[in-house]
Design a protein around this ligand. Sequence first.
Ligand SMILES: [Zn+2]
Length: 260
Amino acid sequence: MIWDAHTHLSGVPGDTPEERLTRLLEFADRMGIERLCVSMGLNWSYDPPPEDLRRQNDEVLRAVRRWPQRAFGFVYLNPNHVEVSLAELDRCVRDGPMVGVKLWVARHCNAPELDPIVRRATELKAVILQHTYVKTTGNLPGESTPMDLAQLARRHANATFICGHTGGNWEIGIRAIRDCKNVYADLCGSDPTAGYTEMAVRELGAARVLYGSDAGGRSFASQLAKVLGADIPESAKKLILGENLKRLLTPILTKKGVKV
Ligand SMILES: [Zn+2]
């Protein structure tokens, strides 16, 4: 059983959201990946204004409504527009089929503007996928580090966070989130370097590590290799490839009538 915690509609062939998700699922089928978490629209922007946020979320809603048992939407929010973000949470998660939140690079995630968003998401049992990176060449102005996420996670012990890309520089990222039990490491979106998954399992435990790809930005195969090629027990691979994500999403999926 393989579930992918982190995919997008960009970089996938097709003119409509439905076509793109259909193609993405064809590629997933080749690798035995059953289910995908999907966020963000056909075109991205770093700091989307309200109308662009709604457009991107509408595109994901169209895509996941075509494949309700196989693809789970994460609502894209922007903490520079808190009221709009809360309204989008209600529209897409409370009243719609989405099951998680995606936050990208508009604002550092340790900012107080995140607090009402995290509280509302947690009330709705939605998990929060926060992009994190530590770039050697310098981050974007609003781009979060895993240290920022650890600060946010300490303020919200009941919330569930996914540390997107494990900070990119995963040796720093794993250490940054190590003592935050409500933060999960997402392996997606970097080269399949030997030692990455092994260190995550050693320092966090296999129950806190999630397979994700960042497809279409990365291939499913290269990202699966991080898990399949890792020197860890078979039981740990099972947790990382699907069982952990299934456990995190089961409460909200069940609420929405999706068979898990
Ligand atoms: Zn992403």
